[in-house]
Ligand binder design. Structure first.
Ligand SMILES: [Zn+2]
Ligand SMILES: [Zn+2]
Length: 794
């Protein structure tokens, strides 16, 4: 083992990290032998011949298993990065296409770049007489479209195009729908949250239209490793009994996994050396040692900054190496990406630095080292990025370093303290809710335009479709078809095109457009419910890793005018929030509190915003705003605490800080249970809620209608509290820091917060150890006068 270490370019670096404690955890993976099997004899002879031409004499065991499973029923494959997942759906698809000259396949990709890569992979089989793939997306020239509809038998597209271009025009695609044998959904874990809830409806519409043309296509999905792959596949497609293939038969490389924490510079305040500075030093070192490295970091600005720091570091010792470090930008064509891959493979480049947003679009194979700077939000994506390490280099075959450098955020530091938990199990479940009412009704209306809604649709649209149809009836969007059987609904305005008004990235149809005034370009849109807090005047708005400053928020015309921003600050809004319980859906006793789940109405008023320095989060300025309140309906869990019991331990003036800090800690760790971003979750803590009559903490879905996050948190509340308690009690800071109870999105600018109070409160709930000496600021002043009822917005 020690011998091995000497031969690796990162040996000295890891030894140094081990010595000074920055390397907090080291693990080894592999090497594992490939499990190889003969290609099944039942495969069509042309496909078998194509495999031989490609030099594929045997398949990995999971590829053969996937093929057999695909012949039987719907299947999802979740083997590792670069394990040959595409072969798992290409073989059954090609087999069908070779057997039946009329059969068609539809491949769905979340990004255009991935569709391009797959079209190339399909072409490499050399079955051009029988297999005619074509990409059909927003870039496809109008004049080419009719020909693709007529002659392509593999159509590669994305969910947006399927939703807005293909399904509403199904008559033009009649030939495809009438012969649709296979639907491939690659990278299915991307379809979660709001986007996933939409895509689940789009796939149900697809099954409904296919059935109208007499076909029932076989669904084949792939996903990164998540906690609930089969469930995700079933929720996405509406199908039952989806088979799971997860026993990876590809050869695992010998990979060293390193979890790296920048050193503390101030323990009491929880301050550490910046992850960026640490990453620059480590990258420069890897480059000098000859490791070919890919580095992932969050924003485009960080990519530029890190590239500059690494180059500067190298300039001083090895100026010739500085040229071999390049930032990788969005929007490369697949040809440009292949060029880059070639230059890396030939050693003409040493390090590529890219945003994690491009994780899916990148196809530059595998390298010696994969470095991930700050937690990418989910363990699933961290693993995917790590999977780039140690696959392909010839002279060091199967050796790799997967390095993660922690930032200061709560999840980053939690990860550093519990690396085993993260490394050993897929922790997150991909959550979506196709019946989220606002999302569901938008697609129900689209469905009505694609064909009258009737009893038969329960099979595709679910048993409650008619109740939703009745709501669209009363809003004037649908009408009953006169003379037809009862329960047949058609659009009120048959000439309308509702799909054009539905964005798959947004929960509500109420949108604000975001327009770049410097170019006139429409950058995107945001939900009306979030507009005041995300694109108020003066807000710094991040889009595809690039910063913009909002010049004007036009409430009347529902648009935000923005301009590119080069400054060094970001903004955080200050707001007040009220939650009104509308309907109780579920309730249980948990950890000594009454835990409820239901519908709430959230009313927000954005009062002001803070400017803070990007480099050190320092406060610069508070700017007042005058904006009217906004409301939206969503789902929430809330739990009520017994104020009489609490009074003995937490004085009233500390109670609010304790509740608030508890809420922050719970929001921070919730993404570990329900795969989402902390920005998808809202919170409110109050020492007296008028409806519950008690101190109450609310956690709610931040999107109108809800997408299943708080429902999951309700079901797994005990776990949530345990994680939140661990987060707080293990953080070395004295009274709260960004790694535990402070939140980058707090509507009350992190005031008041009591770390000790939150710890005590959670310990009480968990029935944990005695709180001797643990109460800190909460223990003082037990006789303080009662505070007025106050509520703190997450
Ligand atoms: Zn802390
Ligand atoms: Zn807060």
């Amino acid at each position: 083992m020690a011998q091995d270490r000497q031969t690796e370019p990162w040996s000295a670096l890891l030894d140094a990290g081990l010595a000074d404690g920055r390397l907090v955890r080291e693990a080894h993976e592999g090497p594992g032998r490939a499990k190889l099997v003969e290609p099944p004899r039942e495969l069509h002879p042309d496909v078998l011949a194509a495999l031989q031409r490609l030099g594929v004499e045997r398949l990995y065991s999971h590829q053969a298993e996937a093929l057999h499973s695909a012949w039987q029923g719907p299947t999802i494959i979740t083997t590792g990065t670069a394990s040959g997942k595409s072969m798992c759906f290409n073989l059954p698809a090609l087999d069908v296409l070779c057997r039946d000259a009329r059969a068609r396949a539809l491949y769905l990709y979340p990004t255009k770049a991935l569709a391009q890569d797959q079209a190339r992979a399909l072409a490499s089989f050399g079955l051009s007489k029988r297999v005619r793939p074509a990409i059909y997306d927003g870039d496809t020239p109008r004049e080419a479209r009719a020909e693709i509809r007529k002659s392509a038998n593999v159509v590669l597209t994305n969910p947006d195009m399927l939703h807005v271009g293909i399904l509403p025009n199904h008559a033009a695609w009649a030939d495809m729908f009438a012969n649709l044998a296979v639907v491939v959904v690659d990278e299915a874990h991307v379809y979660r949250g709001v986007f996933g809830s939409h895509v689940a409806n789009v796939l149900r519409r697809l099954r409904r239209i296919a059935a109208a043309y007499g076909t029932e296509p076989r669904f084949l999905l792939t996903s990164a490793t998540i906690a609930n792959p089969a469930e995700l596949a079933e929720r996405l497609t509406g199908l039952q009994d989806v088979r799971l293939i997860d026993d990876d038969g590809s050869p695992a490389p010998a990979r060293r996994i390193a979890v790296w924490n920048p050193p503390l510079t101030d323990e009491a305040l929880g301050q550490r050396r910046s992850a960026l500075g640490e990453a620059a030093e480590l990258l420069a070192r890897l480059v000098r040692e000859g490791a070919r490295t890919i580095c992932f970091i969050k924003s485009r600005k960080a990519v530029e900054l890190l590239s500059r720091l690494v180059k500067e570091d190298l300039q001083s010792t090895h100026p010739e190496l500085a040229e071999l470090v390049v930032p990788y930008r969005a929007g490369y064509t697949s040809q440009q990406r292949r060029e880059l891959e070639g230059r890396l493979a030939r050693g003409e480049l040493r390090a590529v630095i890219t945003t994690d947003a491009l994780e899916l679009g990148i196809d530059i194979g595998a390298l010696d080292a994969a470095v991930v700077v700050t937690f990418p939000g989910t363990v699933a994506s961290l693993r995917q990025m790590w999977g780039r390490a140690g696959r392909s280099t010839i002279e060091r075959r199967g050796r790799g370093l997967a390095l993660y450098i922690a930032g200061e955020d709560a999840l980053d530091q939690f990860f550093c303290r519990h690396p085993e938990d993260f490394l050993q199990r897929p922790v997150e479940a991909a959550i979506l809710d196709h019946e989220s009412p606002l999302i569901y009704r938008q697609h129900l209306l689209c469905s009505a335009h694609e064909g009258p809604l009737s009893h038969d649709d329960a099979e595709f649209l679910g048993p409650r479709w008619e109740a939703h149809a009745e709501i669209l009836l009363s809003s004037g969007d649908l009408r009953r078809r006169p003379g037809a059987a009862s329960g047949t609904y058609v659009p009120r305005r048959p000439g309308g095109y509702p799909a054009a008004d539905v964005s798959l990235r947004s929960a509500s149809p109420e949108q604000y457009a975001i327009v770049d005034v410097s170019s006139g370009e429409l950058l995107g849109s945001t939900e009306a419910a979030r507009a005041h807090s995300t694109v108020h005047e003066g807000a710094i708005y991040l889009h595809l890793g690039r910063s913009y400053e909002v010049r004007e928020l036009d409430l009347e015309r529902r648009r935000a005018l923005v301009a590119p921003f080069g400054g060094d600050w970001y903004t955080q809004p200050k707001r007040t929030t009220d939650t009104d319980i509308v309907r109780l859906l579920d309730r249980r006793e948990a950890l000594g509190v009454t835990l409820s789940f239901g519908e709430v109405s959230v009313t927000d008023t954005v009062l002001a915003y803070q400017r803070k320095g990007v480099a050190d989060h320092s406060f610069r300025e508070l700017v007042a705003l005058e904006l009217p309140p906004t409301s939206f309906a969503t789902q929430a869990l809330w739990f009520e605490l017994d104020s009489a019991q609490l009074e003995n331990e937490i004085p009233l003036e500390a109670l609010l800080g304790a509740l608030h800090a508890t809420e922050h800690a719970q929001i921070a760790v919730l993404p570990l249970i329900a795969m989402c971003d902390r920005w998808d979750i809202g919170g409110l803590s109050t020492n007296f809620h008028p409806q519950t009559g008690s101190p109450t903490i609310f956690l709610y879905d931040g999107h109108p209608g809800g997408i299943g996050i708080s429902r999951t948190a309700f079901a797994r509340f005990e776990e949530l509290c345990r994680d939140a308690h661990a987060l707080i009690s293990e953080c070395p800071c004295s009274s709260g820091c960004p790694s535990c109870v402070q939140s980058p999105k707090c509507g009350n600018l992190n005031e008041p917060l009591s770390k000790a109070g939150a710890r005590l409160l959670l310990e009480r709930m968990l029935g944990g150890a005695a709180h001797a000496g643990g109460a800190g600021d909460a223990a003082a002043g037990a006789d303080a006068p009662p505070d007025a009822a106050r509520a703190i917005a997450g």
